[in-house]
Write a protein of this length. Sequence first.
Length: 350
Amino acid sequence: MFSDSDSRKNKIRVLVADSSRIHTHLLADALKRDPLLEAIPFDSDSRSLVAAMMGLDIEVLVISPSLDEQPSRGLEVLRELRAVRPVRAVVLLDSLKDEAILDAFRAGARGIFSKSQPPDVLSKCVRCVYQGQVWANSQELALAVEALASAPTVRAVNASGMSLLSKRELQVVRCLAEGMTNREIAERLKLSQHTVKNYLFRVFDKLGVSSRVELLFMTLSQAGSAQARALGEAKDSVPGLSDEFAILQKAAETGLPAAQLALAQLYLVRRKDPQDIVHAYMWHLIALERASQGGKHITEMLTAEQLDEAQEKASAWLLRLKEVSPAISESSPPPQPTTRAATKTPKADD
């Protein structure tokens, strides 16, 4: 005959953290009706959730993206937890919009559960996730697969096949490839913006590039021209890819040179229409003009001494770049020492 303690040992320990205390307790009570589950409501400050997961030996976490009246706090906590230990998590969603589903998967969700579904279905979801499976319908899985397929990859290796970038540097580059600003990268990775800039400068140095734009081009090219061409060809037929192209187009139209150059690259590799090459060169010219205007604005803020110092540093950087990657640097004219023309300097800022 089994004791109560033996019975508890055979149950799946589930921690529930919903958007409000009352919802948390209601969900926990509903899960307790399943004899295989031991549901524990979490109604403390989200800052102590990671410690609770460790101390209570929790096997499945059921969590809402919104905690402490902060819309994305639950996903932040999930990422923090995953940095400490593996976790099986079910994310509770009020909305099943594409971006909400992708955010949950990116944070580490193994189960996607709509709050409009009945509690007994949540019990099945928890048991499924506990067994190492993924709980999501075919549409949600297709969305995740499309996002994964269209995400740029970075495989920076040397001639011996050794990775040039650290794990953290790769994370920064992947965030950059998603179009994130330094501030957004800092928030996602829990770093200061100054630290993000330092990581970018180290990446520039290791890969032989001198700007975010060149790094973006490298990322796009390593994702494969076939993938970029597929992105262009499918933009009118596949919702997920169409959104990616539309986001880039919108960013280019707002005047962001990096997006304009990236859009030029996409048109160039696609070329399924005679106008694509025209659009590619059009966006290339616009990006160069915007970058030139930005350079002129900067020079107007510098003293003659600061301008000379900047030009000397740019010359030194370009000389080093030529040693690392002659093909790139030979196409870049050296900065003129006595003019206020824009110079090509390493830039890790937004």
